[in-house]
Design a protein. Structure first.
Length: 666
């Protein structure tokens, strides 16, 4: 029984092998041998090569061998279809197909009369033809390519040329990405919006057999991908650093704070001798950086923020903040209410960015978002505690979809929500006062703004400043004003207190602008005080006023030449205006607060009832810190304090002490 099963299995296997062999060879019964003599090299030909007649496959190469009678020839033994019209006029070329395969191409230049395959079969021999010498081995001729293309369908040709075009496009984009990466962003910026691309693609939808939309999608996706890569973004920023740095330094608020010295700060609960090590750490991390620089008026908040922006712009190793340069965007005024809405901030910042880098073309929201989200833009918002509700909401890092990765704010209020790092500026320690004033005087001398005295005189000046301040902390602003008194003294007497130091600073700014006209300086001081009163408002908080409102104030005070007086105040830099803005302010903020405190002391004089009404109003507003400090300084002044009744002076001092307790508790 087992033997029978074995026989059955063997027979079954033989039958299957016979059937398979018959199936595989049945289509070859119709083929006959053809020998092709090839002069010279047959490089590339092998048993996988085809035999083509006018581009159609009619056979295959079976083997290759040298001609024994003449070794200069290689003989290719092929099997071709029996009905292939091979005549004495048939030519043979060894060519490379567009696919890279080396084949034997047969064709006729004229009509032949003798069918070589039939004659060879009748004589029981083999047909032999001689190939043309290969002129350019392994290179397809135009005729071969044209023949091959003519055999393709219309759909195949569309897809073929689309594929070649996309390959060339991708190669060109990759070449640009490595050689000129910023050009990739330029192309991306000039690319039409997706809706317009879709309309253009629909026009070719039928002719391209649906490939037009796919091509548009691939082009958009590739450009978007490459344009958002760090290499391209860094190149775009670096190409515009020169213009950005020049425009940044030309801003009035930046120019007035061009001298910046390192001072101790408190970051969290830790005191640092300088802020840059910690800021460097924050910038080099991939986490969002939202820094709040807080401190009282004149403590150097804005100067520190602007110096941070300046270091973000520099390309000098050791000074640059972070691994790559950043473009700073300064926000010094309230932003439109629309920016607080969803997707309202990025369009606003795109416009600010275009101005900041002097870009001729429109900057798209795609590029602005990419720069913001990757930290190539540093947004600096100055005076957040004085900004509007819409501005605070627009720059709240807790907003959904907040794109800004690198954000620095200055504020007198240290409770601004959403910020992850608090940097508190401190008053200058007693032991560091000499170094600060000495360094500032040296910078003044380097800039041609004065002459640095010898060290003994600087020591004496520091001791005099300590006596002048008494128990008032020495802020960087007070030290700077005192350094100006030392390095470029006026002919008037040396200031005897904080209020007189502020008066001397105002006078110093107005003297050259008013051509040393004392009467005009007196009028301009009154003008500045009235503008400061409008700026601080009922809340006694620094802010901005429009040019029109400031001019109205000057007209009411004195209708004579208000525009000219306004221009002199601007030229003196006591009246500051952000670039391309219609608003102005008295700068710096402690000077505005001093001018208003001085004006209040003049207007209220000895009226105790009016004074107490003012103090009650200040108490309800939770003691506006800067104004209370300025009011206390005026009450201690030899000139301004004489107008204030002694009981009111004591109450002002109590207000100041209460404010100090609140700060200590905070």
């Amino acid at each position: 029984m087992k033997t029978r099963v074995k026989y059955i299995l063997v027979i079954t296997f033989v039958l299957i092998a016979f059937v398979v062999t018959w199936v595989l060879t049945r289509d070859r019964d119709d083929r006959v041998p053809l020998f092709v003599r090839i002069p010279g090299s047959a490089s590339g030909l092998d048993t996988s090569s085809w035999v083509l007649y006018n581009g159609l496959r009619v056979g295959d190469v079976q083997r290759l061998f040298l001609d024994r009678n003449d070794p200069r020839f290689v003989i290719a033994e092929t099997l071709v279809s029996r009905d292939t019209p091979i005549t004495e006029a048939t030519q043979a070329d060894i060519l490379v197909a567009v696919t890279g395969q080396v084949n034997i191409e047969l064709y006729d230049l004229r009509r032949g009369e003798q069918m070589l395959l039939q004659i060879a079969e009748e004589k029981d021999t083999y047909a032999v033809i001689e190939a043309n010498p290969p002129t350019v081995p392994n290179t397809p001729s135009a005729r071969t390519i044209a023949t091959w293309l003519s055999a393709r369908t219309e759909t195949q040709l569309v897809l073929l040329f689309t594929g070649f075009g996309m390959s060339a496009w991708m190669a060109a984009m990759l070449f640009l990405y490595w050689s000129r990466p910023s050009w990739v962003i330029s192309l991306h910026e000039r690319m039409p919006e997706p809706a317009k691309l879709d309309v253009a693609a629909s026009l070719f939808e039928k002719a391209s057999f649906g490939a037009a939309r796919i091509v548009c999608w691939i082009i958009s996706a590739l450009l978007m991908f490459l344009a958002s890569r760090p290499r391209a973004l860094d190149a775009w920023v670096n190409d515009r650093l020169g213009d950005a740095r020049q425009l940044f330094e030309q801003r009035p608020s930046v120019r007035d704070r061009r001298i910046a010295l390192d001072l101790p700060v408190r970051i969290g609960a830790i005191r640092h001798n300088e802020p840059w090590t910690e800021l460097e750490r924050l910038v080099t991390t991939s986490s969002p950086m939202a820094v709040l620089i807080s401190g009282p008026g004149g403590a150097g908040k804005t100067t520190l923020a602007f110096e941070t922006a300046r270091r973000a712009l520099t390309t000098a190793e050791g000074e640059r903040l972070g691994r790559q340069a950043m473009v700073p965007l300064l926000i010094e005024t309230d932003v439109p209410d629309e920016t607080a809405k969803a997707d309202g901030l990025t369009p606003y910042l795109a416009g600010i960015l275009r101005t900041a880098v002097n870009e001729k073309h429109r900057i798209t929201l795609r590029l602005t978002s990419a720069l913001l989200q990757t930290g190539r833009i540093l947004v600096v918002v100055d005076g957040m505690s004085e900004r509007s509700t819409s501005t605070r909401e627009a720059f709240n890092p807790q907003r959904q979809g907040f794109d800004i990765l690198r954000l620095v704010m200055t504020s007198r209020d240290r409770t601004t929500p959403g910020l992850n790092t608090l940097i508190e500026t401190e008053s200058i320690p007693s032991g560091a006062l000499f170094d600060f004033i000495s360094g500032y005087l040296q910078e003044m001398e380097n800039n041609g703004e004065g002459q640095r005295p010898d060290e003994d005189r600087i020591f004496d000046a520091c001791a005099e400043l300590k006596r002048l301040l008494g128990d008032t902390p020495c802020t960087p602003l007070l030290a700077i004003l005192w350094a100006k008194e030392i390095g470029a003294p006026l002919k008037a007497d040396r200031p005897s207190g904080v209020a007189s130091l502020m008066d001397s600073y105002v006078r110093r700014l107005l003297l050259p602008a008013a051509s040393n006209d004392e009467a005009q300086i007196f009028q301009l001081t009154k003008d500045a005080a009235k503008i400061a009163e409008l700026e601080l408002g009922e809340r006694y908080q620094p802010g901005y006023v429009t040019r029109a409102a400031a001019l109205d104030v000057l007209r009411k005070l004195d209708p004579k030449e208000p525009e000219k007086r306004f221009a002199i105040l601007e030229r003196s830099h006591i009246l500051e205006s952000p670039s391309e803005s219609d608003v102005v302010r008295i700068s710096p903020d402690p000077v505005a607060e001093h001018l208003v405190a001085r004006l209040v002391a003049e207007e209220l004089g000895g009226d105790q009832k009016a004074w107490r009404a003012l103090l009650n109003s200040l108490g309800k507003q939770q003691l506006p810190e800067g104004f209370v400090v300025a009011l206390a300084a005026c009450s201690d002044d030899e000139v301004h304090g004489r107008r204030i009744p002694p009981p009111i002076v004591n109450e002002i001092k109590d207000f100041r002490a209460k404010m100090g307790e609140l700060q200590a508790n905070a």
